[in-house]
Each structure stands twice: as structure tokens, then as C-alpha cells.
Write a protein that binds this ligand. Sequence first.
Ligand SMILES: CC(C)(COP(=O)(O)OP(=O)(O)OC[C@H]1O[C@@H](n2cnc3c(N)ncnc32)[C@H](O)[C@@H]1OP(=O)(O)O)[C@@H](O)C(=O)NCCC(=O)NCCS
Length: 150
Amino acid sequence: MQIADLDFCVPGDLKSLMEIEKACFAVPWEKDLIAADLAGGNSVYLKASFKNVVAGYGVLGQNEGAAHLMNMAVLPEYRRRGVASQIMAAFGVLAGEWLCRRMYLEVRASNAGARKFYAALGFVYSSRIKGYYGDGEDALTLIARLPLKL
Ligand SMILES: CC(C)(COP(=O)(O)OP(=O)(O)OC[C@H]1O[C@@H](n2cnc3c(N)ncnc32)[C@H](O)[C@@H]1OP(=O)(O)O)[C@@H](O)C(=O)NCCC(=O)NCCS
């Protein structure tokens, strides 16, 4: 497995993150929202790069003592190389430093690939949120005890 370089995102990464968003999601996160986060939000943005190409990124926040995985996306041509797993390993360490015992996330019910990815890390079904996404699709809330299975 090729190891990616992990680093915190900076405002100059906005273009790369938007390219990843557009390549990964039918409804990408809004540019202004990401720009505001990068300028000084509460959530942590980590990027994984190969030779200065940002291949993927993830966003972790904190809510009532639990870590909240808010986003995870890897460019199609860089998938199944362990990129997202590397980011999750770093988020696991960070969540431990925050003294969180659990991590949770929302995923589209139809997103079978991501659900398998999270299941392999130890995430299990917690609840269903009807019509969570803008297009009306339900979200599944998944939760894992920390440390993650890596
Ligand atoms: C889900 C996603 C982030 C995974 O990223 P990745 O870098 O390819 O994941 P990894 O290479 O670290 O995968 C680790 C393991 O998870 C599982 N896995 C990952 N993607 C999978 C898929 N599409 N189908 C089945 N299992 C998968 C496999 O067990 C994999 O190990 P293997 O490749 O040795 O079999 C990526 O497919 C993606 O960006 N998808 C589009 C955006 C998205 O859906 N994000 C999640 C929003 S909640």
C-alpha cells in the first residue's frame, strides 16, 4: 500500500476539495461553507495527498462528547488504496485526544460502498433519519466505539 501524506487543510486547498466534492457527490458541499470552515471553523479538515495531488479528505467534529465524522471523500482514481482508512486512523487518534469514546456519522441508505467501508472499521447501525438529504433520501446513523478497527 502506498502511504499518502496527511496534513491539515488550509484555505488554499479549497479548489482541490471542491474538485473532490464534485467527483464524489451528486450534491456537493457548498463552496462557501467549506471556505468558512477552512478560514477558522470548529471542525478538523484532514487531507491525504500523493505528490501534492489531494486524493481525499475528511472532516471531523465533536458533539456532546462524541466525535462526528462529517465528511469523507476520495477521488475515484485513488480509491481502494487505503486513503480513507489512513484518514480514519488519524481521526481515531484525534478523537482519543478529545477523550471521545464513540464516533458517529450519517450515510446515505443507498451508499453500499461507504457502508461496507464503515462496517469494516466497526461502525454499526444506530438509527434512520427520514428525508435527511436535500433530495429526500434517508440517512442511516452509524456509530462505533473507539478505538476503531484498523
Ligand atoms: C467510501 C470511500 C471514502 C472509501 O475510500 P477508500 O480510500 O477507497 O477506502 P479504503 O481504500 O481505505 O477502503 C478500506 C476498506 O473498506 C472497504 N471498502 C471501501 N470501499 C468499498 C466499496 N466501494 N465497496 C466495498 N468495500 C469497500 C474494503 O474492505 C476496503 O479494503 P480493501 O480495499 O482491502 O478491500 C470512497 O469510496 C468514496 O470517496 N466514496 C464516495 C464518497 C462517499 O460515499 N463518502 C462517504 C460519505 S458518508
